[in-house]
Design a protein around this ligand. Structure first.
Ligand code: F6R
Length: 601
């Protein structure tokens, strides 16, 4: 969360930083700011709100200078306000810092610094950093040494960039459990917390490892370890993922990305299942995992939902026991892991702090790790033994859609990969269903007008309940998550059979229940649950290929092979959330309080 960028060269830094912040805005958009070396001082422009507001401020009150750092914030400590926004400075305003991550010992450091006479103006954990650097700098007037000492006092995870007025063209950058890369240009250099945000600027970079400090000037980059010894860094040269240029005729990235799903899935399924020489699951070979006794699939939020569907599919086809777990729980619950354990970590961004920590833990205990990610060169890729790239293309909308179905597809591909070694017949049916899937999703998307109409019934609801059985209960979870994150309506989901064990007490005539029912064998059971809520006054909207006469509306999605219905049903629920959000006037692509990449735990 939060985005950091930096520039030092001969061009005006402000424009370059604002352009960089625009590309990083998906990481947090509470506030934005820049600091520029301006003669022998450091000039700051910052504001509460979006990068576009910062841009207007910089237009009204321009700041000249060819070296600077920038930040877009997702608030952790202290409300979203101009005062709390980055950069933060020391008292004399000669040292400016932007920070991504959390300083866990900021309270102790604050009181240490207060005892030394330092005053604080913000509620952030970050503000201790410029004061600490100031404290050490006064002792030695050694810029690198001061940054190194300050950083060694910090506990937590952080990426920071520092400007000091005594060193006008030099940025100090540190990465510790939070990514930061230095982009190498011609007589100019860059800094970014996301590799892809360097696209269009340079394709050469240093990726900072934990604890490394980079001293970046226009002329060159020196990297040091935590003891101050120079490090010989490898230059990475790489094609960068360019973002979806704009949302085009769709108006919103979310809608565009929903409609990209048939294409993404067609590509993945044809490459990994139906090509002459399918690449199956990345570079993984069956021999690498044939001794696996236990599989964990881990992820957060939507990625966790993909893990849950993966459990159903792998258990059904590959006959292996699978546990799906939320990364933030997995990492703290002492899971039973040994060298016969396989951990599949699902993460679109490849930077989710809890998922990375869970991967590291599992690796330490001897497990093999597969990362399923949409982001090449991400931290997840660096930790994993094997990587499966979901190739969904850049997902800009904060609410995940095409990345989710691409995650599902990779787990289905993995199930096929495992099952090829034990069975054929059922598998052929599954493969054929996957082959048809892009068409089935396109048919689901053609129901948009009907779904848009149904959204009118949801728009004024305060509470929504989603129900389903089997894999549909996971699709219900994902539908409810999509609804709450972009419409701010309270939406809860339950396995349909669980309703009468408690939640049904909430149902009354103001309730609206969204029922997902795609499994022919279970449809009758779900219909009984639908009747039970209708008997208590609720209205039911059903997502199903089957008739559901008691529902006030049924979105009749195509009937597919049961195993692939999580794709089609979720596409309908994505559109339902999207249209409800539009009717409520919500900012669909950048919902409140959220960020695309969750780099703090
Ligand atoms: C919801 C959403 C989030 C992410 C979660 C994990 O629409 O996007 O729930 O799925 O933050 O992110 P990644 O996949 O980047 O690890």
């Amino acid at each position: 969360m939060c985005g950091i960028c930096g520039y030092t060269g001969s061009r005006q830094a402000a424009d370059i930083l604002i352009d960089g912040l625009k590309k990083l805005e998906y990481r947090g958009y509470d506030s934005a700011g820049i600091a520029i070396s301006h003669g022998t001082s450091v000039a700051i422009r910052k504001n509460c709100g979006r990068v576009s507001v910062l841009k207007s401020i910089c237009r009204e009150s321009p700041v000249e200078g060819a070296c600077g750092i920038g930040h877009t914030r997702w608030a952790t400590h202290g409300e979203a306000s101009t005062l709390n926004s980055h950069p933060h400075t020391n008292l004399s305003g000669t040292i400016a810092v932007v920070h991504n991550g959390i300083i866990e010992n900021h309270t102790e450091l604050r009181s240490f610094l207060c005892d030394k006479g330092y005053r604080f103006v913000s509620q952030t954990d970050t503000e201790v950093i410029p004061h600490l650097i100031d404290y050490y700098y006064r002792e030695s007037f050694d810029y690198l040494g001061a940054v190194r000492c300050a950083v060694s006092d910090l506990k937590g995870s952080f990426a920071i960039a520092v400007l000091c007025s005594d060193y006008p063209g030099k940025i100090m950058a540190v990465s510790y459990h939070s990514p930061l890369v230095v982009g190498i240009g011609e007589s100019e250099n860059y800094l970014s917390s996301d590799i892809n945000a360097l696209s269009g600027k340079t394709d050469k970079m240093y990726i900072l490892d934990d604890g490394e400090i980079a001293a970046v000037t226009a002329e060159g980059v020196s990297v040091y370890d935590k003891n101050g010894n120079a490090v010989d860094k490898e230059i990475h040269q790489t094609d960068l993922q360019t973002e979806n240029a704009d949302s085009g005729a769709y108006g919103h990235y979310m809608l565009k990305e929903i409609y990209q799903q048939p294409h993404v899935l067609r590509q993945m399924i044809s490459t990994h299942i139906f090509a002459d020489k399918p690449t199956l699951f990345g570079e993984l070979e069956y021999g690498d995992i044939k001794d696996t006794e236990r599989i964990f699939i881990i992820g957060c939020g939507t990625a966790y939902h993909a893990a849950c569907v993966g459990k159903y599919i792998i258990e059904k086809y590959a006959k292996l026991a699978v546990e799906a777990d939320v990364s933030s729980e997995f990492r703290y619950r002492n899971p039973l892991i040994d060298d016969k354990t396989l951990v599949i970590a699902i993460t679109q961004s490849g930077e989710t702090a809890d998922t990375l920590a869970a991967m590291k833990l599992a690796k330490e205990k001897g497990a093999k790790i597969i990362a399923v990610t949409n982001t090449p060169r991400s931290s997840a890729v660096r930790i994993a033994d094997f990587t499966f790239l979901t190739s969904a293309g850049a997902e800009i909308s904060v609410a995940s859609t095409k990345a989710y179905t691409a995650q599902l597809a990779s787990l289905y591909i993995f199930a096929v990969f495992l099952a090829e070694h034990i069975q054929k017949e059922e598998l052929t049916l599954l493969k054929n269903a996957l082959l048809r899937l892009p068409k089935d999703i396109t048919a689901t998307l053609s129901l948009e007008e009907k779904i848009k109409d149904a959204a009118k019934s949801l728009v004024n609801c305060e509470h929504l309940y989603y129900i389903g059985r089997g894999a549909d209960s996971v699709t219900a979870d994902e539908g409810a998550l999509k609804m709450k994150e972009i419409t701010y309506i309270h939406a809860e989901s339950y396995p349909a059979g669980e309703l009468k064990h408690g939640p049904i007490a909430l149902i009354d005539e103001k309730s609206l229940v969204v029922a997902v029912s795609t499994d022919k064998k279970l449809h009758g059971k779900t219909v009984s649950n639908i009747s039970e809520v209708i008997a208590r006054g609720a209205k039911v909207l059903c997502i199903s290929p089957f008739d559901t006469p008691d529902a006030f509306c049924t979105i009749k999605i195509p009937q597919t092979h049961g195993a692939v219905s999580p794709f089609t049903a979720v596409a309908a629920l994505q559109l339902l959330a999207y249209h409800t959000a539009l009717l409520r006037g919500c900012d669909v692509d950048k919902p409140r309080n959220l960020a695309k990449s969750v780099t703090v735990e």
